[in-house]
Design a protein around this ligand. Structure first.
Ligand code: GYE
Length: 346
């Protein structure tokens, strides 16, 4: 092979190599482009998918009173479980920390966000007309849960579910009539003044006081359903040296506080003093069994599935019953057992 021929061959090889290199580059480019398209499409469809899944969820704004008691905490959990994403809901939970202004702000935020339903556990009965009229004008159904609202226009809310707290008070009074011998000197720890839970239980006791001249009200003050406040009030009463033989605590947490205060003063709860409470939370029921509490009137906090059932009726175009009262019982040493406590969720 001559020199010239050799050079030509080398040139061809270089050309051939260049050509292969070009093809390879082209391939790499095409593959990258292809991969880029796949990535671009998949990343486009990602968020779209999430949005469409999310937009299928029914949005519920829930204005909760606070977390003042075991009852309230159980109630919040019940709502969160019932309105989970698996059940097709997105729950926006607002804890108002026992302040009505915060509940009103929360409802206005729900209206601005355009939620599908508003659920309100109202701290007090009064003061809802304006904001609920705003919700109605925005076309958002409002379900009231647990406590009542007091309004001249019941059309500003769709329906209500909760406890008959006046009946709970009457149950306690009937139990006192049957189980205690007068004269009674009663020390009364009240819940949030102006809430239907307080009003019902207080009205029940007042009717009892009216009917029994040998029942005397020694002390009455609000402990806002909070354990620490119940204990503080009880300490105050003990320091004042007031004489009493019954404590009527409008919820379990205030009863726990009262029991602690009695123990601090070497008074035996349930024996030296009869203690009546409301809610029937697990810890309180154990105290009924051990004899530290004498009566616990049940107040059921498991409203989540009940509120969901109401919303499901509304979604199906039905008109739910305006008021739904939950059936409740009471517990004392006569009817309570470990098995009963073990079966109870709350
Ligand atoms: O008894 C109390 C809670 O509104 C029925 O509120 C509810 C009451 C309940 O904090 O423990």
């Amino acid at each position: 092979m001559g020199k010239m021929e050799g050079k030509m061959k080398n040139m061809k090889n270089i050309e051939k190599n260049n050509c292969c290199l070009g093809k390879t580059l082209k391939r790499v480019f095409l593959i990258s482009y292809f991969l880029f398209l796949i990535f671009a499409f998949s990343s486009c469809s990602g968020p779209q998918k999430t949005v469409s899944v999310e937009s299928d969820l029914v949005v519920v704004g829930f204005s909760q009173v606070g977390s003042e008691s075991d009852w309230r905490k159980a109630n919040t959990i019940s709502m969160q479980d019932a309105f989970s994403a698996e059940n097709g809901y997105r729950l926006i939970l607002d804890d108002a920390q026992q302040k009505q202004e915060r509940q009103i702000t929360a409802i206005r935020n729900f209206i601005n966000q355009g939620v599908d339903y508003i659920v309100l556990a109202p701290i007090t009965m009064e003061g809802w007309d304006t904001v609920l009229t705003e919700a109605k004008a925005a076309g958002i159904p409002v379900i009231i849960v647990d406590r009542m609202v007091d309004t001249d226009d019941p059309d500003i809310f769709t329906c209500w579910v909760g406890s008959d707290t006046r009946r709970e008070g009457d149950t306690a009074v009937q139990w006192m009539e049957k189980n205690l011998n007068g004269p009674l000197r009663i020390m009364h720890l009240q819940g949030n003044i102006g809430s239907s839970a307080q009003a019902g239980r207080t009205d029940g006791l007042d009717a009892g006081l009216q009917a029994h001249p040998d029942w005397e009200l020694v002390f009455r003050a609000p402990g806002d359903f909070v354990q620490a406040k119940g204990q503080e009030l009880m300490e105050e009463v003990l320091e004042k040296g007031l004489d009493f033989n019954v404590i009527y605590a409008e919820n379990d947490n205030m009863a726990y506080g009262a029991v602690n205060a009695l123990k601090n003063h070497d008074i035996v709860p349930g024996k030296d003093v009869t203690i009546i409470s409301f809610d029937a939370a697990h810890d309180a029921l154990h105290m009924v069994l051990s004899g530290e509490l004498n009566l616990d009137v049940e107040c059921n906090p498991l409203h989540g599935p009940r509120v969901r059932a109401l919303i499901e009726q509304l979604r199906a175009g039905k008109t739910p019953q305006k008021y739904t009262y939950v059936d409740e019982v009471y517990f004392d040493s006569e009817n309570l057992t470990e098995e009963i406590i073990a079966e109870r969720i709350y």
